[in-house]
Write a protein that binds this ligand. Sequence first.
Ligand code: DX5
Ligand code: ZN
Length: 217
Amino acid sequence: MILAPSLLSADFTNLQSAVDLIENSQADWYHLDVMDGTFVPNISFGMPIIKALKPKTTKVFDCHLMIVNPEKYIKDFATAGADILTVHVEASTHLHRTIQEIKANGMKAGVALNPHTPISSIEDIISDIDLVCLMSVNPGFGGQKFIENTYAKVVKLIELIESRNVMNRPLIEIDGGVTLDNAKRLIGCGADVLVAGNTVFGSKDPIDTINQLKSLD
Ligand code: DX5
Ligand code: ZN
């Protein structure tokens, strides 16, 4: 299991300490939540923060764009240091083209689905993507309650991947409300990547929480 702590729940006045924590932990990736106040009702941070963090880190930058017209910023995120760039199905009119452009800019391409968006919406691009991010909360904020329908959605996604005989099997990422209580079941259903914001940064001992999450694998 790949664990991707979300910096959205870190102390923004001391991102260096969040970086030190992740670098010295068993966490695999950084999950970076970019919000524009239009696609979601919140504004977080953008390219300048990602660019500033990049040289201080060694782990994969998993950038989750919760923004409208994500295609406008593909080059900027590549330059800033994104390794994986995930756009929302609901925010990209020409999703196929967007995915190709992400790859042409040297990044892995991810596609995120809001809780109400069916797996069938990615049927025709499933072979083209490196990661599917299933939102298990409505995007916009950290610390929300996990939506139980996500387990069934993971199963449906695996059925789709298998029915299409996908050669480049996309990673299945779960984002929102992941806790020590639901992580094991998510892994059991077939999730490959777990994002954890509040569970990690809201805990008394984040390193120990990371270890516990990683040991569920
Ligand atoms: C929600 C973001 C998530 C969020 C997860 O809009 O996409 O990545 O940071 O935070 P938790 O784990 O606290 O739900
Ligand atoms: Zn996210």
